[in-house]
Design a binder for this molecule. Structure first.
Ligand SMILES: Cc1cc2nc3c(=O)[nH]c(=O)nc-3n(C[C@H](O)[C@H](O)[C@H](O)COP(=O)(O)OP(=O)(O)OC[C@H]3O[C@@H](n4cnc5c(N)ncnc54)[C@H](O)[C@@H]3O)c2cc1C
Length: 615
């Protein structure tokens, strides 16, 4: 029963693409180069991540082919970080942000030598957008590239401290680097806005002339070479402007920007950020699933005391189940939400991305990375002391998630921007009137249709409230004051939209497996996800008459009941993740954690059997 249920759940979680898109990545990561290495200092660990990234590149089709198949790009975002979290940044910056920008805006014969160099990974390509003074406000960045018609070169320069490139991977100067640098293009005395430039910053021995880089201070876990970089009048040949359809030089050598405003051109120049956000979510949900997999496998083996006995697997405790099954339900919900967003992304025209798709991708990025941050923290804690070891992976995934929450659009700002756009659309009459609140009387708290209706009602009400707060013209307010009074409601609304979409995807998935046990397990898990969301905002639902006071009192008991019913399906549900102890190499995920842990520590103590008998 378990294997056929797991196979169906795997089909669902990988959208029917496991064999075609994911399996070879799993197999590649079994190579000994990805075996855990202890005792490295931060620089050695960072250098190892570069070496491993080269091994991933060597084992797969070329970056150009991967970019042509977004499903493959998303899979690449998901797997390597499971065995070395630092590889996510290196691979995704190179493949998607940097090389993706070259392919989209610089796919020209006269740049073939440089783009082939990146395709072969002869050089890594850092992506340099953020500046010390310009992060979430990156559109205002100030690195400048001034065109010199006499030499047909751009002069790339950092005007002051705030304009230094921040966080991009420039610290290891002995790794060849050919960067994509976002800079303000100035020609004929005019500022034409931000464009991407391809700039060699290191030849593999030292920094190139006029390029200065200093490593940022150390971060926990990841030894990567995030740096502070500044340019001192670096000459960049004209051909290395990645102008794409955003402008170009005419026959007289005059730069002509494409029509449209600077903001539009900026968004076009940065357009790899959209798939980048789906890559970030892929890594986050991958890490979330691996954490739950490890924690649940350990919880089934780890014995503890209970009234009258001393050998109970800790998973039998309802407290442990509530934490880990809720985490499991969130990983399923976020994976299904992400699959939906990926499908919408791949179906949309890439040159005119609809606003709804932008909203969906931004909400998916923010919600999934936040949810997985919680999931990983919960799993870490539920594994006790074992949870703190890098060898057991979960603590490292926590470090990965911290970066994912901030990079490629800080969650809070991304969600607030999205909320502002949704509210403006609604205010302009684009939204439907909210449906009446669902009547709670006689409704079962595990009833999925009721839970979906409740969450949808909350989203609609928050949207109506936020729009009317913005439209309120009774006081004398600036736009900033109006937005400041609305932003927190807007953030809750955008989050609720993500939760509602995830729950709808979950509800739609419940009946799809042919295997009855898979259907039952999914139904219970979806109800637990919906219930935990309603429980999170129980005060709001009670105040709005969407829950009765008796139902609010019953919420904890209902969650426990769902957990008890989920217990027999644990193996089937995590079996769908396509993971294995051999891939993760986490001692506590092994079939016999005691032997695996002893082996990892090099301890030659009593055999595991003797420990159990002694206990
Ligand atoms: C691991 C990692 C790798 C990175 N790699 C790269 C890279 O390769 N290349 C690159 O160019 N960049 C990179 N970055 C930088 C990243 O893009 C920025 O960190 C991100 O854009 C956020 O900018 P900031 O860190 O300056 O945050 P800030 O803008 O300083 O934000 C600080 C806080 O203020 C809040 N805030 C800011 N503005 C607003 C607002 N308008 N409304 C409400 N709240 C606000 C934010 O939510 C946040 O909590 C990386 C970052 C990380 C963490």
């Amino acid at each position: 029963m378990t294997s056929s249920a797991s196979a169906e759940l795997s089909r669902l979680l990988f959208d029917g693409r496991y064999e075609q898109t994911h399996q070879d990545l799993h197999e590649l990561l079994l190579d000994p180069v990805f075996d855990p290495r202890e005792g490295l200092d931060m620089t050695e660990a960072g250098k190892l991540a570069y070496e491993r990234s080269r091994a991933v590149h060597a084992g797969l089709e070329r970056p150009r082919e991967i970019l042509a198949d977004p499903w493959r790009l998303f899979a690449l975002a998901e797997w390597p970080s499971l065995v070395d979290v630092s590889m996510f940044s290196l691979l995704m910056v190179h493949y998607n942000l940097a090389f993706g920008t070259v392919v989209e805006h610089g796919d020209r014969e006269d740049l073939k030598d440089l783009s082939d160099e990146l395709d072969r990974l002869d050089s890594f390509s850092p992506y340099m957008a953020t500046e010390l003074g310009y992060g979430n406000n990156v559109a205002a960045l100030r690195t400048e590239a001034v065109y010199d018609p006499a030499t047909e070169t751009f002069v790339l320069n950092t005007p002051d401290a705030l304009a230094q490139k921040h966080m991009s991977y420039s610290g290891f100067q002995d790794v060849p680097k050919l960067a994509v640098v976002m800079a303000r293009l100035k020609a004929d005395g005019k500022d034409h806005g931000v464009y991407p430039f391809l700039v060699r910053i290191s030849d593999g021995k030292r920094s190139c002339e006029g390029v200065h880089a200093a490593p940022c201070p150390e971060k926990p876990v990841q030894g990567l070479d995030n740096g502070l970089t500044w340019f001192d009048h670096v000459r960049v040949p004209r051909r290395q402007l990645l102008h794409g359809d955003m402008g170009g030089f005419d026959d007289d050598g005059v730069f002509r920007p494409a029509s449209g405003n600077r903001r539009k051109r900026f968004l076009r120049a940065m357009n790899r950020i959209l798939p980048g956000r789906l890559c970030v979510s892929s890594a986050a949900t991958g890490a979330g699933r691996a954490s739950v997999y490890i924690a649940l496998r350990f919880a089934a083996q780890r014995l503890t005391n209970a009234p009258g006995r001393n050998d109970l697997p800790v998973i039998e405790y309802r407290s442990h189940q509530l934490a880990l099954y809720t985490a499991l339900s969130r990983t399923y919900a976020m994976t299904l939400l992400l699959n939906h967003a990926k499908r919408e992304f791949t179906a949309a025209p890439q040159d005119a991305v609809p606003a709804e798709l932008n909203h969906l991708v931004s909400i998916t990025k923010a919600l999934s990375t936040w949810e997985m941050t919680d999931v990983v923290a919960t799993c870490r804690e539920r594994c006790g002391a074992q949870g703190i070891f890098s060898a057991n992976r979960i603590a490292d995934y926590g470090s990965l998630l911290q970066g994912l929450v901030t990079a490629e659009g800080d969650n809070q700002v991304l969600l607030a921007t999205t909320a502002g756009q949704i509210i403006a659309q609604y205010g302009a009459g684009a939204g439907a009137e909210p449906a009446p609140a669902p009547d709670p009387v006689g409704r079962d708290l595990g009833d999925l249709a009721f839970l979906v209706a409740a969450v949808r009602h909350r989203e609609e009400e928050l949207l109506r409230e936020a729009a009317s707060a913005m439209a309120d013209d009774t006081g004398d307010r600036t736009y900033f004051e109006a937005w400041n009074g609305t932003v927190n409601t807007g953030l809750e609304m955008a989050r609720a939209r993500g939760v509602r979409t995830a729950l709808e995807c979950f509800a739609a998935a419940v009946d799809t497996p042919e295997d009855e046990s898979a259907r039952t397990a999914l139904g219970l898990l979806a109800a637990l996800y919906g219930l935990s969301e309603v429980r999170r905002d129980a005060g709001w639902y009670l105040a709005r008459g969407v829950l009765t006071d008796r139902q609010v009192e019953l919420l904890p008991r209902e969650a426990d009941t769902l957990c008890a019913r989920l217990r027999p399906y644990t193996d089937a549900l995590i079996g769908g993740f396509g993971l294995s102890p051999e891939l993760l190499r986490a001692p506590i995920a092994a079939d016999d954690y005691v032997s695996a842990f002893q082996q990892r520590t090099g301890a030659f103590g009593p055999a595991a059997g003797a420990v159990a008998e002694g206990g």
